[in-house]
Design a protein around this ligand. Structure first.
Ligand code: ZN
Length: 478
């Protein structure tokens, strides 16, 4: 395989090689916490070494390993953009409770055409596909009599960097964040491909491929509610638990929806593929004067519930709201003591364009002045939202390769309601796209499988995904 030859098909031996790589990765239990990603990092170091690609494994905190490797391109012609492409992934997975699973979540079983296990979707399948792309590049070099460790890959203009890091599931502070702080030159790139996009979702018989171009930010607040201590025999309205309950109820009210660029473009591109009824409902919602704001907060959720299954409805709703999720409520020391203090911890997810002061103002609006005067609010964590351009050099290629490999594909830009390691790369100015291409069956229910019981990926999805990823990488880099 040379880099300028489109990979229409994958041979059966190569598909087996990819599947076995994924199964091996699933068997390396890298559950975060505690992580133990070092075992997976060392395993990949060996896999890459077997292809002649040297890599660097770092372990800045005990057990928390990340692996970085690079193959070289010929460089851009004078004045051209020859910046590297970064293939980013994470090695850790969230915990899995075996009782809820049909197969051992860390067994990597291959049954009925599926690879089962924690990480099959999030995101060891993409780790495996990215490693396979590196293998192909190394093999192209060797086929041309070159050494992939030092010589340019024939036909490749840009360098390709592989980085699989620790700790993404807990914020990436001991993985991508550490790498960006300590070794920014390893990760500086013209663009990056990462998780959480490019996976097909069938709606109304149409295969949509949301490509992640943006992700929400987050703010974690601790609210200290001030009441007055007293004897339980004489109830008072100053009971901090009662005040906290009122505050929680008001926070649960959805705020006003807002359509960011990625969502507005996505809706406009999806509408021609929807039924007349669905398209009509959405057009009615977006018929405000500027087409971007919806006046009635309740109307949009009602429409989504009408048009989508509950999981999809909630996901889309999160893409158009600054959301507030109450995580912890605590008050009280004894049943007959009226609590004088209460604490509420909340997880706010912010749309591009909403910063921390704006989020705080929205909380104040929801809570209302009467209760706002009874609390102190402390910002515990803040992470900015992330956006990558739709008109950059890479995004149009991602849409095109999906159409080339699936004539029924409708690619769309996608705003992730959650955060990934893209937020760390944003500090280096690296535009990051969520693109781990998988063509899934109608009932694969990926939104539920991700972090859920019975996480699995079909061999057919991988058969589709690798050539798509390969074409995306080589078209951008060749
Ligand atoms: Zn992930």
């Amino acid at each position: 395989m040379t880099v300028d030859e489109p990979a229409e098909v994958m041979t059966e031996p190569e598909l087996s090689e990819l599947v076995e790589l994924l199964r091996s990765l699933i068997r390396i239990k890298s559950v975060n916490p505690p992580g133990d990603e070092i075992l997976a990092a060392r395993y990949l170091e060996q896999v890459l070494a077997d292809e002649g690609i040297p890599s660097t494994v770092v372990e800045p905190f005990p057990g928390r390993g990340s692996v970085v490797a690079r193959v070289h391109g010929e460089g851009a012609p004078e004045g051209g953009d020859g910046g590297p492409l970064l293939l980013l992934s994470h090695l850790d997975v969230v915990p899995a409770e075996p009782a809820g699973w049909t197969h051992d979540p860390f067994g990597g079983d291959l049954v009925d055409g599926y690879v089962w296990g924690r990480g099959a979707i999030d995101m060891k399948s993409m780790v495996a596909m990215e490693v396979q792309v590196m293998r192909r590049l190394a093999r192209a070099a060797r086929a041309a009599g070159r050494d992939p460790a030092s010589d340019p890959i024939p036909g490749l203009r840009r360098d390709v960097i592989f980085c699989s890091s620790a700790d993404e599931e807990a914020g990436g502070w001991q993985g991508a964040d550490w790498l960006v702080n300590e070794h920014p030159e390893w990760l500086r790139a013209a663009a990056a491909l990462n998780e959480a996009g490019g996976i097909s979702t069938t709606y109304g018989g149409v295969r949509f491929y949301p490509i992640q171009v943006a992700e929400k930010g987050f703010v974690v607040y601790k609210i200290h509610v001030k009441g007055r201590w007293g004897h339980g025999s004489v109830p008072t309205p100053d009971n901090a638990a009662v005040l906290a309950a009122q505050i929680v109820t008001r926070l649960a009210e959805p705020g006003p929806p807002r359509f960011t660029e990625a969502v507005a473009v996505s809706v406009a591109r999806a509408i021609p593929h929807l039924t007349a009824r669905a398209a009509g409902s959405i057009r009615a919602l977006m018929s405000s004067p500027n087409g971007l704001t919806v006046p009635e907060p309740g109307a949009i959720d009602a429409t989504l519930r009408d048009l989508c299954d509950p999981v999809l409805a909630r996901t889309i709703s999160a893409m158009i709201h600054d959301t507030v999720s109450v995580g912890i409520v605590s008050a009280g020391v004894k049943y007959n003591v009226i609590p004088g203090t209460a604490y509420i911890e909340i997880d706010c997810r912010t749309l591009p364009g909403t910063d921390e002061p704006a989020m705080r103002a929205e909380l104040q609006r929801r809570i209302g002045e009467d209760l706002w005067s009874r609390l102190e609010i402390e910002c515990e964590q803040v992470g900015a939202s992330v956006s990558a351009p739709l008109d950059g050099a890479l995004y149009p290629i991602l849409e095109q390769v999906l159409r080339d490999h699936d004539s029924g594909a409708v690619p769309l830009p996608f705003l992730a309601p959650f955060a990934t390691d893209a937020k760390h790369l944003a500090r280096l100015g690296v535009p990051t796209y969520g693109f781990s291409p998988l063509k899934t069956g109608r009932d694969d229910g990926l939104l539920q499988l991700m972090h859920g019981d019975n996480e699995r990926v079909s061999v057919e999805a991988l058969r589709f995904g690798l050539p798509v990823l390969w074409d995306a990488v080589t078209r951008f880099c060749a």
